[in-house]
Ligand binder design. Structure first.
Ligand SMILES: Cc1cc2nc3c(=O)[nH]c(=O)nc-3n(C[C@H](O)[C@H](O)[C@H](O)COP(=O)(O)OP(=O)(O)OC[C@H]3O[C@@H](n4cnc5c(N)ncnc54)[C@H](O)[C@@H]3O)c2cc1C
Length: 364
């Protein structure tokens, strides 16, 4: 089979790898000048455990399975990662039930190593912490997402796959049993493949609307939720990731650590119409207030604007969080075509599992 995967973010790379390892002849088309410059360049780089998501959802299933695959992949490919663990904290009594809900969701999702801790036990683990209770997830970790993407590309190329940078996919139509795909760039042309995957992240809906024969009603709306991050200089006060109880649209302004042990806080939730990546220094005030609930010792003026990412969501403010969507022939009726929508968090963690699901559909 000849397959074209659109989008060289972590998900498209993982899909291209899965297809190439199953013997497909793969082209991975990316409109940017390099891999991993889209949503994948701007995450928290957290390997999630899988306890937040409703049991039976694609997010739950692929997070748990993806985490297992991701840790194995990092081990076998020398990708830097660390299972530093994480505490989700209740800073007020009213938040305690939220921890209990996450705990039982985790159990239903197959996350077996969660522990509910009282204040004393939590503070024994993290002396700088302020909380009334915490949920400890020892299996949560951090990963060097750029090293991960390079390693995925290495596997694609070793299996004979080809990366085409600066290659925007413009449209596609199915004729005589094959996909005729038009691409732009320096030498615009058309190519034919048997299988086509739309893993274009923030560009997925726009591309879907240019697929001939795809019912426009099957393309979900896209909602953008920007998340800003602030860095925090000095030695880390914590050795684990610290998350507050989740908020609408996100997991709350949390502390993540990079592999060098530096502290980073974010992302908050700002609903936007178009992507923009500027971090407004004025947001530091809200960050300080949110962080001091669980870290009263945050020194004044320590936060520095860092970067921002955009979550490609399918649900907006006031709506229940939407699940990932993997639309194959059963959903849209077009053979040899799979598209992914709404791949926000935990898409990095889930990438290797999502890839298998897409390969199953395309190469069944
Ligand atoms: C703020 C934030 C924090 C997050 N934190 C975490 C986390 O800690 N852990 C976790 O598991 N997940 C996290 N996520 C989610 C995770 O980052 C994403 O789910 C994942 O990176 C999505 O990857 P992707 O390949 O689908 O998209 P992308 O990385 O955006 O890749 C899509 C690619 O398609 C290309 N493209 C678009 N249109 C075209 C076209 N027509 N032709 C050719 N190329 C095209 C784009 O240039 C882009 O490179 C976070 C996300 C955000 C926004």
């Amino acid at each position: 089979m000849e397959a074209l995967v659109v989008g060289a973010g972590v998900v498209g790379l993982a899909i291209a790898r899965a297809l190439a390892l199953r013997g497909a002849s793969v082209i991975l088309a990316e409109e940017a000048e390099a891999i991993g410059t889209g949503v994948s360049a701007r995450s928290s780089e957290v390997i999630h455990g899988g306890m937040y998501y409703p049991p039976g959802s694609l997010r739950a299933r692929h997070c748990v399975e993806g985490r297992r695959r991701l840790v194995g992949f990092c081990e076998s490919h020398g990708v830097p990662y660390r299972l530093c663990g994480k505490l989700i904290v209740a800073t007020r009594e009213e938040e305690r039930p939220t921890l209990e809900t996450i705990f039982s969701r985790g159990a239903e999702n197959g996350v077996e190593d969660l522990n509910l801790l009282g204040r004393t036990e939590a503070v024994a683990l993290e002396p700088a912490l302020s909380c009334v209770a915490a949920l400890h997830s020892p299996a949560t970790g951090i990963v060097d997402s750029h090293a991960l993407m390079l390693a995925l590309l290495g596997d694609v190329e070793d299996a004979g796959g080809v990366l085409a940078l600066r290659t925007p996919i413009e449209s596609a139509a199915r004729r005589a049993g094959r996909w005729h795909v038009r691409f732009g760039g320096a030498a615009p042309d058309e190519l034919q493949v048997d299988g086509l995957v739309n893993a274009a992240g923030l560009g997925a809906q726009a591309l879907a609307r240019r697929i001939e024969g795809l019912a426009l009603g099957s393309v979900p709306r896209q909602v953008l939720a920007k998340g800003s991050y602030f860095g925090c200089g000095g030695r880390s006060a914590f050795s684990r990731l610290i998350y507050p109880a989740p908020v609408e649209g996100g997991l709350g302004i949390h502390l993540t650590l990079d592999l060098a042990g530096r502290m980073r806080f974010g992302p908050d939730v700002e609903w936007v119409e178009t992507p923009n990546y500027a971090v407004d220094p004025a947001r530091a005030k809200n960050f300080e207030a949110a962080i001091r609930r669980y870290w009263p010792g945050l020194p004044d003026g320590r936060l520095v604007p860092d970067y921002a990412g955009i979550r490609p969501k399918l649900s907006g403010p006031g709506e229940p969080a939407a699940d990932f969507r993997i639309d194959g022939p059963a959903e849209h009726g077009l053979p040899g075509f799979v598209q992914l929508f709404g791949i926000e968090s935990p898409g990095l963690t889930a990438s290797l599992s999502l890839a298998e699901a897409v390969a199953d559909q395309l190469m069944a």
